[in-house]
Write a protein that binds this ligand. Structure first.
Ligand SMILES: N[C@@H](CCC(=O)N[C@@H](CS)C(=O)NCC(=O)O)C(=O)O
Length: 363
């Protein structure tokens, strides 16, 4: 019998599964969550979506989709009301930039806090061993050790977190808490009276990692209780009860976050695009004066830059001018266009989320 709801294969502890589930719950799109086991991860996900990553979604008609950014954009076309991607084109562009920043730049601090600190590392390796590694034919204690070692190596040490960068990585988290707290003094959701793409983008790092992993959660509770409250508010929001409007345009309290995005995320994806163009597998980059060394080059993030440019190019003429003025004022314009000729070659027919997926960091 064909399934009547979406099936979301993922993890209860996953950044991107949490982002997608928050969206589906808000839109009241029925779904069934299933744990993606280690075997599913390597076989099913790769075979059905082209990428060993989560979440992977099976649609009622048997098709599979991957990558939360195009998944959310496609689901919006299927369930247009209420719109999560703002109807105001300037706000839509800005929300996509926020989503990209939250997806790609806040990933490093989220992984660092989970895997560098023993209290979080021990808890999460234990939980992941019971949830995901259930079908690996090795003793539990070994699973826990393997998970710990893999994650600490791949997502902390091999992703530029070391004694020189650690304070900066942590500062990116605490600054974000302060910036989101300032935005939440103005309104209950990041851009208005109801959730929008900006909220679901920030739910990636903020929900399953920062609010629930013990080490960053302690910091959030003390420093930014309004963010803690917002995480629960988004998780509990439902379209049928959320009638309020979004703010006009880009509210003033978001401008410092744009500076931060220009100086961090966009610098990072520019250096990544240069490295991709030159065929280098690793690259160095200075971010806010801090030297990151030997970061892994990501083809996927070249595509992220292409998508942001395409969204800008698709804006209607008067909005392009307004978007440009704001991006110029806030350190984002120059890096958006800095790198020439770095083509990811991904998704040439614009089929995502139905196109073969691409892991952010290829294994
Ligand atoms: N761009 C993808 C990223 C998905 C992603 O990287 N998911 C993580 C878990 S939250 C993953 O599967 N990582 C692969 C690994 O750890 O090997 C999306 O938005 O869905």
């Amino acid at each position: 019998m064909p399934a009547s709801k979406l099936i979301v294969y993922g993890s209860e502890f996953s950044y991107f599964t949490g982002k997608l589930e928050a969206y589906l719950r808000f839109k009241e799109i029925p779904y069934e969550w299933r744990p993606m086991t280690a075997r599913d991860f390597q076989r099913t996900a790769r075979e059905k979506t082209g990428a060993a990553q989560m979440p992977a979604v099976e649609l009622p008609d048997g098709r599979w989709i991957t990558d939360t950014t195009p998944i959310l954009a496609w689901l919006e076309t299927q369930h247009p009301e209420p719109a999560v991607i703002p109807r105001d084109p300037l706000q839509a562009f800005f929300s996509r930039l926020l989503e990209d920043h939250a997806d790609e730049w806040l990933w490093r601090p989220a992984m660092h806090y989970r895997w560098s600190y023993a209290e979080s590392r021990n808890l999460l390796s234990e939980r992941l061993a019971r949830e995901m590694a259930i079908d690996l034919p090795v003793p539990h204690a070994l699973k826990v050790r393997l998970i710990r070692r893999r994650q600490l190596h791949n997502y902390v040490r091999a992703d530029g977190v070391d004694a020189r960068t650690r304070a900066h990585v942590e500062g990116c988290y605490t600054r974000t808490l302060d910036q989101l707290s300032a935005a939440l003094e103005q309104r209950p959701f990041l851009l208005g009276e109801r959730p929008s793409l900006a909220d679901f983008g920030f739910m990636g790092p903020m929900f399953r990692h920062f609010a629930l992993d013990p080490t960053p959660a302690r910091i959030m509770l003390k420093r930014a209780p309004a963010v803690w409250e917002w995480v629960a508010r988004v998780w509990n929001a439902r379209a049928s009860r959320a009638a309020g409007p979004l703010a006009d345009g880009v509210p003033a309290e978001w401008e410092p976050i744009l500076d931060e995005i220009g100086e961090t995320h966009l610098e990072h994806i520019c250096a990544n695009a240069e490295a991709w163009k030159d065929g280098r597998r690793r690259f160095d980059v200075a971010i806010q004066g801090v030297a990151y060394r030997r970061l892994p080059t990501s083809r996927y993030r070249v595509w992220c830059l292409e998508r942001l440019r395409a969204h800008y190019a698709a804006l209607p003429e008067p909005t392009q001018g307004a978007a440009r003025a704001l991006l110029e004022k806030r350190a984002c314009w120059e890096p958006l266009w800095r790198v020439d000729g770095a083509a990811s070659g991904l998704d040439p027919k614009d089929r995502a989320p139905f196109a073969p997926g691409q892991r952010v960091y290829p294994a």
